[in-house]
Design a protein around this ligand. Structure first.
Ligand code: ZN
Length: 561
């Protein structure tokens, strides 16, 4: 199935500097052999190119390579492009058209969209509108077995392309570029996407087009922005690469993921858009009386004067979902065991675990009623991260590393369990291996989450899972697939499924985590594996909490707020 790769050149804004461009192309070709085509994005024509262009039109000069260009980005250059559906502008120079798919005899598929984004319908001749993008998407996505395109050419950058990525230098990718282009790229899944107009060169790390562990792997996409031809700061404007059309590629080869592949920058922004929509509907939350009560017990002040405190109280931005019944972990609820609370931030708090594995087994909990990390808003996530690093420092100062796990199974209120393990007992690698070994034994599928992935990218809201995180940032994830093993229909006789059979990865998942940590391989305290056998007297719990608070104080950012 091996097909000879095509050799392609891509170029940023030409701005009418045809001599400079073609001179460079000739030099490259004489040095490293012929290329099959040259693709130009951004402004092909500049305002001062009339005379030079005339020589190409008359045939006095000729492009050294089949050259494909996008249309105008402003009113001044519209007249250079006589036919919106594409046409030959001069020998060897082809205008691709307003939007569409170009597929040459090689099988290479090139999707293109000319112009800049317009908010208006109909868009001016040098712009595209939401309707153009929707039509282009529909025409391509409706082809049978659509997997993506080889190349996408647009003039503007896609908005948010820098999310999860290496820095785009001086370009702020949250503000620059077109949202419609992001939307198009998210749907067309180009293997290469070229853009220009920003006078900058930027090669983004490749990003994936599937969600890890939820979808079958797909090819990665590479975004490359190119500078303008002949720029004085020597920014890269010409990009050479070779490519085998995806239609001719071995499927396994096509979906290979380079080591530095990141999350999809556009999926996140879609998800955030949905989240912020949900929050706009929620009401503002007013005063939170429990802060005052707890501060008294805690003996530590944020501003200890209750009356004045109103102004300086941390702002609870949005109202989290309300529990349907009594909740042990909503900080405002009467059920919460306040004597175990050891630190209170703006969105989260720390409490010692009831019947903890160790006296300093601590929980990170959201103050409001959130079910899992997937449901947290970004400011809550931010504070969870702050607590994690404070605890990491705190435990490191005591010669320990923490292991964190979340069991999102039949739990109403998110609890991140943080358990310190003495550094000299075992390495992070040992801990990881213990989990993996235990999972194998219990036939639990435990997957390592790729380095650049976040738990919220892998887990789905409302779907049970558990995950383990080491303070090195390494994460292991297991998706819980319902209360019975998948194979139960085949192997269990009919009346039995009604019995509460213990199942791998289900109700036991949290206990399994505890068991791993209590085991000889890690903490060697097997007698503490079951929390029900670890319950202490209330006075003892309160003393442990006091001790923890005292020791943690230098690391507690919530006290410095
Ligand atoms: Zn709750």
């Amino acid at each position: 199935m091996a097909a000879a790769p095509l050799r392609v050149l891509a170029c940023g804004d030409v701005e009418g500097r045809l001599e400079a461009l073609f001179g460079r192309v000739r030099a490259i070709q004489s040095k490293s052999g012929p290329f099959d085509m040259l693709l130009c994005v951004g402004n092909f024509f500049g305002s001062t190119s009339e005379a030079e262009w005339a020589e190409y039109c008359t045939g006095a000069k000729k492009a050294p390579i089949p050259t494909y260009v996008l249309g105008a980005n402003d009113q001044e250059t519209v007249s250079y492009f006589p036919d919106v559906s594409g046409c030959e502008l001069a020998e060897n120079i082809t205008y691709l058209g307003r939007r569409g798919l170009y597929s040459g005899t090689s099988g290479l598929q090139i999707a293109y969209l000319s112009g800049t984004e317009s908010q208006h319908e109909p868009a001016p001749a040098y712009s595209f509108s939401a309707k153009d993008v929707a039509e282009l998407k529909t025409s391509l996505l409706s082809t049978p077995n659509f997997k993506g395109v080889d190349i996408l050419l647009t003039s503007p950058w896609p908005r948010d392309v820098g999310t999860f990525a290496n820095s785009a230098g001086e370009i702020d990718t949250k503000k620059c570029g077109s949202k419609l282009v992001s939307d198009l790229a998210a749907s067309l899944k180009p293997r290469y996407h070229f853009a220009a107009l920003e006078k900058a060169y930027y090669e983004r790390l490749p990003y994936r087009n599937h969600t890890v562990l939820q979808e079958t792997p797909q090819h990665v996409s590479r975004f490359i922005a190119l500078a303008e031809v002949g720029n004085t700061s020597k920014k890269k404007y010409l990009y050479a690469f070779s490519i085998v059309p995806m239609s001719l590629m071995d499927p396994a080869e096509l979906v290979k993921q380079p080591q530095d592949t990141t999350e999809n920058p556009y999926r996140k922004s879609q998800k955030e858009a949905q989240k912020s929509k949900a929050f706009l509907c929620a009401e503002e939350e007013s005063a939170c009386q429990f802060f005052f009560d707890l501060n008294k017990h805690q003996g530590k002040k944020r501003h200890s004067d209750g009356k004045e405190g109103g102004n300086s109280q941390p702002k609870q931005a949005k109202k989290p979902p309300q529990p349907s019944g009594p909740c042990w972990f909503c900080l405002a609820s009467p059920e919460v065991e306040k004597h175990l609370v050891v630190s209170i931030g703006t969105h989260c708090y720390l409490a010692l675990a009831k019947g903890g594995l160790l006296p300093d087994h601590v929980l990170i909990l959201p103050i409001g009623h959130y079910q899992s990390v997937v449901d947290l808003s970004s400011e809550v996530v931010e504070e969870v991260t702050k607590y994690k690093s404070a605890l990491k420092e705190f435990f490191r100062s005591k010669g320990k590393r923490y292991v964190l796990f979340e069991r999102n199974y039949k739990s109403q209120h998110l609890q991140l369990q943080v358990i310190p393990v003495p550094l000299d007992r075992c390495t992070a690698e040992d801990i990881k291996e213990s989990f993996i070994a235990q999972a194998q034994e219990q036939k639990i599928e435990l997957l390592e989450i790729p380095e650049h992935s976040d738990i919220t990218q892998v887990a789905r809201s409302g779907k049970p899972y558990f995950y383990v995180e080491l303070d090195t940032g390494e994460k292991l994830f297991h998706r819980i697939r319902g209360p019975f093993p998948l194979h139960f229909g085949r192997s269990v006789p009919a009346p039995l499924p009604l019995l509460p059979v213990p199942v791998s990865g289900g109700a036991d998942a949290g206990c399994a985590c505890r068991a791993v940590l209590a085991s000889d391989a890690v903490l060697a305290i097997p007698h503490r594996a079951d929390w029900r056998r670890c319950e202490a007297e209330r006075a003892e719990e309160a003393a442990q909490a006091r001790a923890f608070r005292r020791d943690f104080q230098p690391f507690d950012f919530a006290l410095r707020a």
